[in-house]
Design a protein around this ligand. Structure first.
Ligand SMILES: [Zn+2]
Length: 473
């Protein structure tokens, strides 16, 4: 194969380049860089940006060759043991080539293959040493970039951005597959981690620390392609194709880790996130493990804040039985407003002057007083739809009365609203609810899981090379 050498701009065989010492390639790259500097300096229409792009190009072959040799040395250094059970491999044969894409271009590594009698499988220990899963055509750093982009934007866009940033082509389907593969790996890791959190909890001597753990939950829906292409047939059978499904979301943080910016905006320095498409039970277990990791076991107390959805309080009773429960203040206000509309209809003035003191009372005094006033208002109403609305809302306030301790909450400087989890839902929805986007449950869960690894600042657990600091090496 003939190719133009990026160093000396002449044609010679790649095989010849590969056999040259890195120092020679480095010298050639150095010459190319010098030439690029001169060219950029002498050209009126080139900026530093042009030089940045050119310099990366000038050293690419040097880096690619270094990676190829490094990968070869690493593969050769791997002992002939089964990477799964550590049994000595038999029927060893060398020189099995495998080509994959790295950040700096394609490289080919020759590896040794052997048979594991215990696992009854052919194994390639070199691949494990290199961090390459079976069938992966991309290096770990390329896999990571693909997973990150695909979890942040629609796959079509991700493919274009990927090419723009790396100069490598990755078709949509490949990128999609890559992201799912990484997402499924993330799911397996999450399961293992959640289990560890529960075990560690069981073994831990608990010393209570004077902080409160805040737990919030909410749900939003997502559009999926579960009966894609069969809609007409299903409708004929009288089955409406279900396209919208719930994504259950939760967030946990310690109250003492909530502060304020200089501008007075509330910020939470350490916060755990959970989002799952696998139902309420999955949320319950994942959220519990996340809360344990964030210090639930040592917390002096816990507080669940959410809107009025029944599933939330059932989950809280079930998994966080010791936690206090608080209804999101703004949801309570919406219910007050609904009474106001039933009482005053279109009379905005009366509505406002009725609502304002009640909202204040709910916030600063007690729910009992508010309920009492609603009851009085109802007693004076004629029978009819508005009266029914008011009666329904009174029942709502009575049901949640014990969850409306806003005065005590404010005195203890605790949150009275579920703003943080609602913000989390909004942010995740932005990614998952774009026009024309359909998902499958499997794909959803994988991508949600990737997104949560990123948000929880655990990306490095999935891609250990990302926490590697070359300056300290
Ligand atoms: Zn084995």
């Amino acid at each position: 194969m003939k190719e133009t050498c990026i160093g000396c701009h002449s044609s010679h065989s790649i095989v010849q380049v590969a056999s040259e010492p890195l120092a020679v390639l480095a010298a050639r790259a150095g010459c190319a860089l010098e030439a690029s500097i001169v060219r950029c300096a002498g050209s009126e229409d080139q900026t530093l940006g042009h030089l940045e792009v050119q310099a990366a190009h000038d050293v690419k072959e040097l880096l690619r060759t270094a990676l190829e040799r490094g990968a070869q040395a690493k593969a050769e250094g791997a002992p002939p043991l089964c990477p799964v059970c550590r049994q000595k491999l038999t029927r060893l044969s060398a020189d099995h080539p495998r080509t994959f894409q790295t950040r700096y271009g394609a490289i080919t590594v020759k590896r040794t293959r052997g048979y594991c009698k215990r696992c009854r499988k052919w194994r390639v220990p070199g691949d494990t040493a290199l961090g390459l899963e079976e069938g992966a055509g991309h290096s770990p750093a390329v896999q990571e970039t693909a997973a990150l982009l695909a979890s942040k934007m629609p796959v079509e866009e991700a493919s274009a951005v990927f090419e723009h940033l790396t100069g490598m082509k990755m078709p949509r389907a490949t990128l999609d597959r890559q992201a799912r593969r990484q997402g499924e790996r993330a799911q397996a890791l999450r399961t293992q981690w959640d289990q560890q959190a529960r075990q560690a909890q069981a073994q831990m001597e608990l010393t209570l620390e004077p902080y409160q753990m805040i737990i919030q939950m909410d749900a939003w829906n997502i559009r999926e392609r579960d009966h894609w292409g069969q809609s007409a047939a299903r409708r004929r059978r009288g089955q409406e194709p279900e396209r919208w499904h719930w994504v259950y979301t939760g967030t946990v943080f310690r109250l003492d880790q909530r502060g304020q910016t200089a501008g007075g905006r509330p910020v939470i320095s350490e916060r755990g996130f959970v989002a799952t498409r696998q139902g309420i039970d999955a949320l319950r277990e994942q959220l519990h493990a996340e809360a344990l990791r964030r210090g639930l076991g040592q917390a002096a107390g816990a507080l669940v804040i959410a809107d009025g959805a029944a599933w939330i309080w059932r989950l809280a009773d079930d998994r966080f039985p010791e936690a206090r429960q608080r209804l999101d203040f703004y949801h309570a206000v919406q219910h007050l407003a609904s009474v106001g509309r039933a009482l005053f209809g279109e009379d905005k003035e009366k509505y406002r002057s009725w609502l304002k003191p009640l909202v204040k009372q709910l916030k600063n005094q007690s729910a009992v007083k508010v309920i009492h006033q609603l009851q009085e208002a109802l007693d004076q109403m004629p029978a009819g739809d508005p009266a029914q609305t008011v009666a329904k809302e009174i029942a709502y306030f009575q049901e949640h009365q014990s969850r409306m301790d806003y005065r005590a909450g404010r005195r203890a400087a605790e949150p009275i609203g579920s703003g943080p989890v609602e913000a989390t839902c909004r942010q995740t929805q932005c990614r998952f609810k774009r026009p024309g986007q359909f998902w499958s449950q499997r794909g959803d869960e994988a991508l949600l899981c990737l997104e949560m690894f990123w948000r929880n600042k655990r990306w490095h657990l999935l891609f250990p090379h990302t926490s590697f600091n070359p300056a300290r090496n």
